[in-house]
Structure formats: structure tokens, C-alpha cells
Design a binder for this molecule. Structure first.
Ligand code: DGJ
Length: 737
């Protein structure tokens, strides 16, 4: 997978379908030579060339190579490369000019652990890691670059370690987890933008000279811009064309920027956001950056997404261990909001009996004096006015009605109106010279402090030990202001936002390890922290606070660009929908949510008999297709951002089964038939397509499509179920067969 040719001094990194080649100039500058479709390992030093440049500074003042334009692996500042640097280190004298020279390499079996950070993990059989040591002797620091490649997924995981090898303290002003230079072809940039209740819309725009960036300064990865960007060749679509994906395994402030340079060279830098970051290193200390995941796909956006999905499911931390089975949930938030009581919940649970729901989740409002948003975060003790018997009685009722019990928590928060705040007013993030900024009436606990993390760990652990809780929904409902802390020295204030995230990761690590039987779901005002950092600890995330099925088409479609359906949660909620006021048929609400880990967000007792019957049908069906959701390949067929229709498809890895979901948003008169072209099937095999009752070959279904007529009415969905001829006996689903 990784090879160094001593004669040519070229490093070759290979995955199943991609190659990445690095070269070294005679003066020790590490050069980027190639990343893309797989090529043979040959002498590529002829690619290390440059011309005479009139105004550009020259490396060592001679020859043709100018840092101003060449493709570099890890560029620095102040020595002739005027583009964005990968790293800026300020020495004790305050100078930040820097030049990194290649020193040594190591090829390691497996992947070294990045302590305290989420990351892809692989055994010595599954992956190899290239470690490149670069050094700036004058500044007194080393940059150690790590590249891990995996045998069966076309992903390259990169991170950087900065080590102070001088006698004095230095300060990292910015550090890229990955920097990537290449010549511009016809690349456009594709990103995922949004806001609360409308997360991860796909946006594609031309690169322009200068810098384009996606970033967060909110203390979380954010609803607004996901820590992901792709360079997409102009003609690329879901199936064809070249795509380079860059994703950051991190849940806090980040920046991914692209720079189109004077020579039409493109630079991508992925890392912590330098605006809210710096890090002091004492002599011999090291800083380890979070991880960036690079994917190259020649099969368009769909190919890129499936690589990320596989990497996530197979190698992201404990994800795989926990992703075998997911509970179908009923959550009481939209049914009751804060208005909870023991009797109400018991009645609610009785209504759920026999409907195939695995877990009841008690959402916000069960603790302290919490009757609205204004109080009690931090007081994680049961409200005895609402639950006079503690939680025992409701948990027993839950079990009697055939469900496990789950609970909502917001561990990182504190209400000024709380016992915790009265005892520890200094535990929130605040600026001692200003009034603390509240958002949703709450403040943020300083998770950078070990005593705070310890306290929250003990409180949550006590709850999980005392009660039979099988599921935790971990919410985080505001962004972070007033960054910094009195307990940090002046020159370390900008360490705070990263230290916060490290504290959150420490807490998540301990709780998920110590309570392996508790299923953890991430959430942040819906999908405000939907990233690989959280997914390392928690196998699924509440995708959005918008539960309207028609809005969810876009949200789930956009989210699937990077994250697998197995990471998403989709619930059927009531109509008119609470976020949009829209009425969508119950069937469509179910069909859209079925793409994700499934559940309900409504009062089951208020459903009609017909709807109750559909709930049982839906939960039964979901259990049948669950293996496809958890392990299948995902294909986007029709783009809801571009038209009135949306369709997606899941295909089992052995290509024997597939489920296709189609939604027509607004009905039109006199519509033509639809011929929905599928993807990912075995071309020569025959498939039985239900409920049409036809048998067609994979080739025909992929080229001519599934033929069907549109039904009347707005927001109508169709689901098609495909089974390869010869594999029917494995099927038993009555509704879809
Ligand atoms: C935001 C979440 O996304 C909702 O599902 C719900 O849990 C509320 N917070 C509760 O405050």
C-alpha cells in the first residue's frame, strides 16, 4: 500500500483505485506530484519542474523552482510561497518565517493512535501509515505528517504533529491537518451549507482566483457549514466525473479553504480555524492535529459518498461495533414538549404497545424545575413534582409495554437559573469583563476544565447506574461565545476552543466506554454538530429539528454526500408539521424517514386506527430493510434541489436486494410516465420489482429505468423493492412483495 523508492526518492501511497505520489527536491522541499486514479509506480521526478519566473523568489536564490507556484506537500509562510501556508509557527523571538526540510520517513503497519481525538482506526492488516518528518532548524520545530491508507476503502487519513525541538517556547498560529496542491482542471467547489432546521444543502460554485472557504467559529461544526468540501470537475455528476473530497474529523471550529493561485494551481487546506486557535508548545512538547479524510473518486459524487460511508462504517472508531442494530424509537418531544408527567408518559407508552417500537425516549423537561427553556440545565436530578416515584415507575411501564427506556441530556450546558450555577457560577464559559451572552437562555459549561468534565461524568454516570436507561440523546443547543478562560494565561487564551472540544471528547470517550450497553445518539439543535468527530463516539445523530418529510428530502440528500444513512435519524411526525405547517401523507412521512434509523416524534395515542396500522407495517418493514440501511450502498437518483422529484436507492453489498424511494413534491396535470433509472445493480442479473410484479435485468433497470405512472396528489411517495431472481426465498415482507 505504501512504498518509498530510494533511487527516485518518490513516495507512493496506494488504495484499491487511487494513487498519491510525493517527491523530494534536492534541497529537501517536499513536493506534491500526484493524487488521482491509480497509476503504476514509476520515476515521476520529471514532474518536478518549473520555469524561470521573473518576480518570484527562488528556492535558495537559484535554479528554476519557486515556492510561489510549485505544488507543495506542506507549505510554510514568509519564504516565498505567498499562498495560504499549511503551518505558521511563532518562535520565542516573535518571528514566523519558516521553511520545512524533509528529514526522514517511516512506513508503519496499522495506524498510530491519536490520543484523545476521534479518528479512523485500522489493524496492521487493514492499513499502513507513512510518517514523514520535516524540520525547520532555524525556527526549532518539526512537522510530522501522517498519511494512512486502507486496503479496501479509497480514503487517505491525514494529520500533522508539531513538535518543539528548540530550547524555548513556540506558538502554533495555524496548523493544517492536510494541505493539498494540484493543477486546476475545471474544478468547482461543492459544500454543504444551511441553518437551523435546514442543514446541509448542496451548493456548487466555480472556483475563483483567491480564496474560498467554509468555516465555523461557533464552537461546534455548525448547522451553517459542514466540515467538508469537494473539488468537483465541471461535468461531474452522481455517476461520472472526478471528485476530490475533503472532510474534517472534528466537531468544533474549523476551516477548509481552497485557493486558486496565479498559475491556476489549486491549494486546499483543511484544519482548525486559525482565527480561534493558537497553541503554545514548551520545549519537547507536541501538538497533534485532528484528522482529515481525503477521497478521490472517478465515479462522480456518488462514488465519493460511498467511500466516505464505507470508511465511516468500517473504520471510524467504535462505530462498527455499535452499528449492528438500531432501536426504533418514539420520542415525546413534539408530542409534549416540556409538559411531561409520570401519568402522561405511562399513558403514552400504553398507546405504543404492540406497534414494533423498541425504545421510548423521554426528551427535555424531566429534571430540575424545567418547564420551559429558561431553567435547570446542569441539575440532572429527576423533577419529583412531575415524577413523584423517580423514574422507576415510568421505566417499569416502558418495559411492560415492550420498550426500552431512553433519556435526553444536554451535558455541556448550564442554566443561570439552576442549582449548579448557584454553586459554581465560575464553571460557565465567560469573559470576566463582560456580561455573559445567553442563547436559548443558557450558558455553556467550560468543558476545557478537568473538574467540570469530572463532575458531569459523575452526574451522568450516576443517572445511568441508578436507572435502567438504554439510550441517551446527547443534545447541544447553542453556539459558544465569550471564548477564553481566566484560568488560562494570556498567551494561551486562543487554546480554549480546541480545549473545549478535547474536554467534550474526553467525556464522550469515558461515558461511551464505561456504559457500553447504552446507545448514544448525537444531537445539536437538530443537526448542528453532524460530523465524523461525533460519529466516532455515537453511531447516529438526529439529522435536523425539521421533521417535515418534504424538507427532509433535501436535508437527508445533502447529508448523504458525506455521511451514511446509518448515521442519520429520521422520525415520522405529526401534521400539520410543527416547523412548516405542511400536510404530507402519513405514508410519505414514513417512506422518507425509512432511509434513516427510524422512529416517531408524535403522540401515538392521537393517531387514527388506519395510521396505527401503518405504524406496525412501517416498523415491521424497517426491521426487514435495516441491514440495507446499515451496510448497503447508497445511490442518489433524483436531486430534490434541482426539481420536483427526489429519489434514492439502497443496494446490498452483494447486489441481491435493493430498495428505491421516490417522492413527487407537487402534483401536476397530464404528467408523463416516470422512467426512474437505477444504479448499482448487477447488470446481467434479473430482478423482481415489486409492487409492479415485473422481472427485468439490472441493465434494463439502470438504463431504461423503472416505469410507473405518477399518482394524483401532492407529496406522494412510491417505494420499490427489488430482489434478484433466485434469492426470493430470503424475502418475507408481505406489503412490498
Ligand atoms: C433540540 C433537539 O434537536 C430537539 O429534538 C429537542 O431535543 C430539543 N432540543 C429539546 O430541548
Amino acid at each position: 500500500m505504501i512504498h518509498f523508492n530510494r533511487e527516485y526518492k518518490n513516495f507512493y501511497l496506494e488504495t484499491e483505485h487511487t494513487s498519491y505520489v510525493i517527491g523530494i527536491l534536492p534541497n529537501g522541499r517536499l513536493m506534491h506530484i500526484y493524487y488521482g486514479a491509480k497509476i503504476p509506480q514509476e520515476d515521476m521526478n520529471c514532474y518536478l519542474l518549473d520555469r524561470e519566473r521573473i518576480i518570484s523568489p527562488k528556492i535558495n536564490g537559484e535554479g528554476y523552482f519557486s515556492d510561489d507556484v510549485i505544488l507543495q506537500e506542506y507549505p510554510t509562510a514568509g519564504r516565498g510561497d505567498f499562498r495560504k501556508p499549511a503551518v505558521v509557527v511563532e518562535t520565542a523571538s516573535g518571528r514566523w518565517n519558516s521553511e520545512l526540510e524533509y528529514c526522514s520517513y517511516e512506513i508503519l503497519k496499522g495506524k498510530p493512535e491519536m490520543e484523545g481525538l476521534p479518528q479512523l482506526c485500522g489493524t496492521t492488516e487493514e492499513c499502513e501509515t507513512l510518517k514523514l518528518v520535516l524540520c525547520d532548524k532555524a525556527a526549532g520545530y518539526e512537522a510530522i505528517l501522517y498519511y494512512s491508507v486502507f486496503a479496501d476503502v479509497d480514503v487517505i487519513a491525514r494529520h500533522t504533529e508539531i513538535k518543539n525541538v528548540s530550547q524555548k517556547a513556540i506558538r502554533i498560529q495555524s496548523v493544517a491537518s492536510a494541505c493539498f496542491d494540484m493543477p486546476q482542471r475545471d474544478f468547482q467547489m461543492l459544500t454543504l451549507e444551511g441553518g437551523w432546521a435546514k442543514e446541509r444543502s448542496v451548493e456548487r460554485y466555480p472556483l475563483h482566483h483567491g480564496i474560498s472557504s467554509v468555516e465555523s467559529r461557533r464552537g461546534s461544526s455548525s448547522h451553517m457549514l459542514n466540515p467538508f468540501a469537494a473539488l468537483v470537475s465541471a461535468g461531474a455528476n452522481e455517476e461520472l466525473g472526478e471528485v476530490y473530497g475533503f472532510s474534517f474529523v472534528y466537531s468544533g471550529d474549523f476551516r477548509i479553504c481552497t485557493e486558486l493561485g496565479q498559475g491556476n494551481d489549486v491549494r486546499v487546506i483543511v484544519g482548525l480555524n486559525p482565527e480561534t486557535f493558537s497553541w503554545k508548545l514548551e520545549p519537547q512538547e507536541r501538538f497533534v492535529s485532528p484528522e482529515a479524510l481525503l477521497v478521490y473518486s472517478a465515479q462522480g459524487l456518488g462514488g465519493m459518498s460511498r467511500c466516505y460511508h464505507d470508511a465511516c462504517r468500517k473504520y471510524l472508531g467504535r462505530y462498527n461495533a455499535t452499528c449492528k442494530k438500531r432501536p426504533i424509537v418514539v420520542n415525546c418531544w413534539e408530542a409534549m414538549y416540556f409538559d411531561l408527567s409520570e401519568q402522561k408518559l405511562i399513558d403514552f407508552m400504553k398507546d405504543c404497545k404492540g406497534l414494533g417500537i423498541d425504545t421510548f425516549v423521554m426528551d427535555d423537561g424531566w429534571f430540575g424545575n424545567r418547564n420551559d427553556e429558561t431553567t435547570s440545565l446542569g441539575d440532572w436530578q429527576v423533577n419529583l413534582d412531575k415524577f413523584p416515584n423517580g423514574l422507576e415507575t415510568v421505566i417499569a411501564a416502558c418495559h411492560e409495554n415492550g420498550m426500552q427506556f431512553g433519556i435526553w441530556l444536554e451535558p455541556e450546558m448550564i442554566s443561570p437559573e439552576s442549582r449548579l450555577y448557584k454553586t459554581h457560577p465560575d464553571w460557565c464559559i465567560h469573559d470576566e469583563n463582560r456580561d455573559a451572552i445567553k442563547s436559548r437562555h443558557q450558558l455553556v459549561l467550560d468543558m476545557a476544565r478537568t473538574d467540570v468534565v469530572e463532575y458531569i461524568y459523575n452526574t451522568v454516570a450516576a443517572l445511568l447506574t441508578q436507572y435502567d436507561i438504554s439510550y441517551v440523546k446527547w443534545d447541544m443547543n447553542r453556539n459558544i461565545t465569550d471564548n477564553g478562560a481566566e484560568w488560562l494565561t494570556p498567551e494561551c487564551q486562543k487554546e480554549h476552543s480546541h480545549r473545549y472540544i478535547l474536554g467534550v471528547y474526553r467525556l464522550m470517550e469515558r461515558l461511551t466506554k464505561d456504559f457500553p450497553n447504552v446507545f448514544f445518539e448525537g444531537c445539536s439543535g437538530g443537526g448542528g454538530r453532524f460530523d465524523f468527530g461525533i460519529l466516532y463516539y455515537m453511531p447516529q445523530i438526529w439529522t435536523s429539528d425539521c421533521s417535515d418529510a418534504i424538507e427532509r428530502l433535501k436535508i437527508q440528500y445533502g447529508t448523504s454526500m458525506v455521511y451514511p444513512p446509518a448515521a442519520m435519524v429520521g422520525h415520522v411526525s405529526v401534521c400539520p408539521n410543527h416547523q412548516t405547517g405542511r400536510n404530507v401523507p402519513f405514508q410519505t412521512r414514513g417512506d422518507v424517514a425509512q432511509m434513516c434509523n427510524f422512529g416517531y416524534e408524535l403522540h401515538i395515542g392521537l393517531l387514527s386506527e388506519e395510521e396505527r396500522a401503518m405504524v406496525l407495517e412501517q416498523t415491521t418493514y424497517h426491521k426487514q430493510i435495516e441491514p440495507l440501511i446499515l451496510q448497503g450502498d447508497f445511490y442518489r437518483l433524483l436531486n430534490p434541489f434541482e426539481g420536483n422529484m427526489c429519489a434514492w436507492q439502497l443496494v446490498s453489498k452483494d447486489k441481491r436486494k435493493s430498495v428505491v424511494t421516490f417522492v413527487n413534491k407537487l402534483a401536476g396535470p397530464n404528467d408523463n410516465p416516470v422512467y426512474l433509472r437505477l444504479q448499482g445493480l448487477s447488470s446481467k442479473e434479473q430482478y423482481c420489482v415489486e409492487p409492479l410484479g415485473v422481472v427485468l435485468s439490472g441493465d434494463t433497470l439502470m438504463h431504461a429505468g423503472i416505469p410507473f405512472l405518477l399518482q394524483q396528489g401532492d407529496f406522494v411517495s412510491r417505494v420499490f423493492h427489488l430482489v434478484q431472481v433466485g434469492c426470493e426465498e430470503e424475502e418475507s415482507d408481505e406489503r412490498y412483495m
